[in-house]
Design a protein. Structure first.
Length: 293
């Protein structure tokens, strides 16, 4: 890499770090701007992590079937890092009031892998960062305002070939491989390809992307804490989500899916009245009661 290229990438990194507004509770952190989300897709791994940490992460992840050990590994890997970039989502209320909150521009991604996790792990991560899991309504708002909308490509429609060359049919995906690490790896690869194409054709600099994953969501109101909320996989033409019934039949402890991930929301909400006056409230105050895992 020539010196001009290095300098340009350093400037990109510095500009994103300067926008940081969410810090983790832990003191041992790694910046994830070069490993996660849209920037990672745009630079196409031009910035290589030191000490081959991505290779180590992927190698470990691919050995772990769904279960306690993998959930612990994911929690530890995510919470080593800090969230450097958020985007505004602004909603117009019927009375003219504007509500603005912050959301991650993409689902939690480490080394190009959109990380699947259980509902309980998602809640632990949200609590660690003092952030929030979206509701189905917020999932839709984020999708509506995303710069890039990706059509989902479920493996259950096409099947896939794993690294050994074995082909798994769509039926095998549905009935036995929905949570396995090689399925998550293959799906993330397809997402990266789709986003790379979308970024190339987008006029300007995209700030957010949506549609490519189901959101792990919380349900407004109390109860049903033992069932996982999933919502999304939007069709960019119709705006309809493939997964349109938020409350699943699955438990929150161990159920994971290659196509479902976590996009966190910030705690601060800005309320702008029609007369221009503003006030800051918490996400809990804005939402009212929601279930937590």
């Amino acid at each position: 890499m020539n010196s001009f290229r290095k300098l340009a990438l350093k400037k990109i990194a510095a500009s994103i770090v300067s926008d940081s507004n969410i810090q983790p509770n832990s003191q041992t952190v790694k910046p994830i701007f070069k490993e996660s989300g849209i920037l990672m897709d745009k630079v196409k791994e031009s910035i290589k992590p030191k000490n081959n940490t991505c290779a180590e992460f992927k190698k470990k992840f691919l050995t772990l079937p769904p279960g306690y050990e993998r959930e612990r590994f994911i929690f530890e890997e995510v919470t080593k890092r800090k969230i450097l970039k958020m985007v505004d989502v602004t909603v117009q209320e019927p009375d003219g009031t504007k509500i603005t909150y912050k959301a991650m521009p993409d689902f939690i991604t480490i080394c190009g892998l959109r990380v699947p996790m259980s509902g309980q792990t998602a809640q632990k991560i949200a609590d660690h960062f003092n952030m929030h899991i979206p509701t189905p309504k917020e999932s839709r708002q984020i999708w509506e305002q995303a710069d890039i909308k990706i059509r989902p490509h479920p493996l259950s429609m096409t099947g896939y070939k794993d690294k050994s060359g074995r082909f798994w049919s769509n039926k095998e995906v549905v009935h036995g491989r929905i949570g396995l690490p090689d399925a998550a790896d293959e799906y993330s690869k397809r997402i990266r390809e789709e986003i790379a194409k979308a970024v190339k054709s987008y006029k300007g600099t995209p700030k957010s992307v949506a549609g490519h994953m189901k959101d792990i969501v919380v349900i407004e109101g109390e109860g049903k804490q033992d069932r996982l909320g999933l919502f999304g996989w939007y069709d960019p033409k119709t705006g309809k989500p493939i997964r349109n019934s938020a409350l699943s039949a699955h438990g929150t402890k161990n159920h994971v899916e290659y196509g479902a991930g976590l996009r966190l929301l910030g705690d601060s909400v800005t309320v702008t009245k029609p007369d221009g006056t503003t006030k800051q409230i918490s996400m809990d105050e804005y939402r009212g009661p929601v279930k937590k895992y």
